[in-house]
Design a protein around this ligand. Structure first.
Ligand code: ATP
Ligand code: MG
Length: 387
């Protein structure tokens, strides 16, 4: 399959599109539900760098996503319960929560794949219920489960995606080169996906999500089941999308350490948003920093610190320990107040684990993938998991 296979359509210059998406090709992508005028084309890139960017974005006209009281019920069960939040253009916004919290259900509603039971969401200025075609044109989607066709090459997978979007034929070549370069897969363009590692598949899915220059890219658990090095590489790519191309990224994760990479995080549990803010704000809101101070004379220094700052000082394994609000800012004050008496200072900051624990009374497992995730990982590794 090559771009030459694209059918010329229309009589006016520029009206040549990658028309021809049919039910037969729809199985290769999850965009089967995309509908729209046949001659629809993709907007000209206008991002900060030439190429992928919020090409069709309406930056300046409001947030990239506005969610207001969005709810999804399955029978009597409320999977997403009246959530409200905004996502700004150009930020990496994370949904952090345990299995079954409602992350994927939220993405499905925002991506027009599932109607909300109530509430409202506006994406890139378009209502997700009443302006579905406009919303679909505005988004790229990377699903939680593998959605590549293993038997095809990277190029062919991208080609079918372009068909679904009626991408102008002349744009296919430069865009494929652009998005594959972004994820460092250009040299594997014509390799069969079956030969790709898990990380390469994920990068290819991200590239595919970007092919039509969406304003907002949804990444549902983009790194689950991948090894730490590959996860870090995926994050590098995601940050590059934001910094170099201004793409707005909405992603879900249940990895605490990964959520730290987001500009802002909504913590979701049982369909409710229990906290929202930058990682620093969230951590600062629930816990103080833990100071560990090595002293020349701990017996004398402990009561002096306690008296001076009104804190409780304990002897810990690595020195005197006490809590303060902002440990980094406190260090200069401490060393100035007790000159010559302090040998070392370290600060332990509360983690997002501490935040989730404090808010819900439970811990999100972080290190170990759950059985469900392991099944997904397995399916991904073997190229399964397509819906
Ligand atoms: N089509 C459906 N019918 C009935 N219940 C559903 C449906 N889809 C999701 N649910 C339920 O809604 C809840 C939220 O599911 P969702 O897939 O959104 O969770 P999630 O946060 O994405 O979890 P994970 O981390 O496992 O991906 C779960 O209890 C799930 O079983
Ligand atoms: Mg999910």
């Amino acid at each position: 399959m090559t771009p030459e296979g694209m059918r010329a359509k229309g009589t006016t210059p520029g009206a040549t599109t990658m028309h021809g998406a049919t039910a037969g090709t729809a199985t290769t992508t999850q965009r089967a539900t995309v509908q729209g005028p046949a001659a629809r084309t993709v907007a000209t890139p206008a991002g900060p760098a030439a190429g992928t960017g919020p090409a069709a974005s309406r930056a300046g006209a409001g947030p990239a996503i506005r969610v207001d009281g969005l709810t999804k019920k399955f029978g009597d069960f409320t999977a997403v319960d009246a959530i409200s939040f905004d996502v700004r253009y150009g930020e990496i916004f994370g949904f952090l929560g345990p299995n079954g919290a409602g992350k994927t259900t939220t993405i499905r509603m925002l991506a027009t794949l599932m109607p909300p039971s109530s509430g409202r969401a506006v994406l890139n200025g378009f209502d997700v219920v009443h302006q579905q075609v406009k919303v679909r044109e505005s988004i790229g989607l990377v699903f939680q489960d593998n959605s590549l066709d293993d038997r095809l090459s990277a190029n062919e997978n991208l080609y079918f995606h372009a068909l679904m979007y009626d991408m102008p034929a002349a744009e296919f070549e430069p865009r494929v080169r652009e998005v594959l370069s972004m994820v460092d897969l250009l040299d594997r363009r014509h390799a069969i996906v079956r030969t790709f590692s898990g990380g390469m598949r994920r990068r290819l899915e991200i590239a595919r999500g970007l092919l039509h220059h969406p304003a907002v890219l949804f990444l549902d658990e983009p790194t689950v089941g991948l090894d730490p090095q590959t996860r870090a590489a995926i994050w590098e790519h995601v940050k590059r999308l934001r910094d170099g191309f201004g793409v707005t990224v909405f992603m879900t994760t249940h990895y605490m350490d990964e959520a730290e990479n987001c500009d802002r995080i909504a913590i979701i549990d049982h369909g409710h948003i229990v906290a929202l803010g930058s990682p620093e704000e969230l951590k600062a809101s629930v816990g103080e920093d833990i100071m560990s101070v090595g002293a020349a004379d701990p017996q004398a220094l402990a009561p002096a610190i306690a008296a001076r700052y009104g804190v409780e000082v304990n002897q810990g394994p690595d020195g005197l320990r006490f809590d303060v609000k902002d440990g980094a800012a406190f260090i200069p004050r401490l060393t100035a107040d007790f000159p010559g008496q302090i040998r070392s200072v370290s600060v332990h900051r509360p983690t997002l684990d501490d935040v989730f624990l404090q808010l819900t009374g439970r811990a999100i497992r972080d290190e170990e993938a759950s059985g469900l995730d392991q099944m997904r990982m397995h399916a991904r590794a073997w190229g399964g998991g397509r819906r």
